[in-house]
Design a protein around this ligand. Sequence first.
Ligand code: SAM
Length: 253
Amino acid sequence: MGDAAETWARLQRGRGIPPEILAGARANPWHHDPAHFQPPDVPADTPSRRAALDLLGTGGSVLDVGCGGGDAALALAGVATEVVGVDQQADMLAVFATAAAARGLAFRTVGGRWPDVAAEAGTADVVVSHHVLHNVVDLPPFLLAMGAAARRGVVVEMLDRHPMAWLDPLWERFHGLRRPRPATTDDALAVLAELGVSPTVERWERTAPPRQDTAVVTQRLCLPPEREPEVDAALDELVRPRVAATLSWLSPR
Ligand SMILES: C[S@@+](CC[C@H](N)C(=O)[O-])C[C@H]1O[C@@H](n2cnc3c(N)ncnc32)[C@H](O)[C@@H]1O
């Protein structure tokens, strides 16, 4: 493993929850609620969507790694000829399937962890992956498998810093836990450089995300629901970051 990949893995492990805190959790703090991942009827016109549309041209298939409800792939409806959603959460794939069917898109779902299920997912013209890299510890195999699956190119969207890092003051306040610095887009770019990939990078601001749901944050912090009022008050003092990055690269011919 290269230095940048080691650094990425170390920073990601630093996002872990110590066992003594995890023991107090009443619900899985890592679980993503599919209700929060419904793709919009009208897709946002973002640099990531434009990069994927450029790669698709007049049409082609799309593989969405860590698809959630399908925000990334389904934003390409009308141009994508088939969408394949890969996710380790079956309930996310159910949202993806319903949304793809509602748009009249040919689709397939593959349940399991990327890259373990890469062979089952197969290849596609364009591979997209939005807001998944910050969930990954061992980044090189994850990125290499995406590159290997893409006939034309890859589009990755990520927040500039780990999406939960803005809550670090709350870990300190409620648990006395000091976290190391979070992984950033630059850390991911350094890993890509070690793999010989130099993507086009566009940094941009997402439209203001809604205030983070207090119940979700309370669960993430491994606190019981009765602490929600305290968490709610603490959230008023924090600003949720909005800077995202789109990384795109062409497959070697
Ligand atoms: C933050 S959500 C993003 C969902 C969607 N891409 C979006 O932008 O709305 C991350 C998703 O990636 C999935 N995920 C994380 N790591 C994964 C892995 N190694 N393999 C498959 N799915 C993964 C999670 O289950 C979750 O649905």
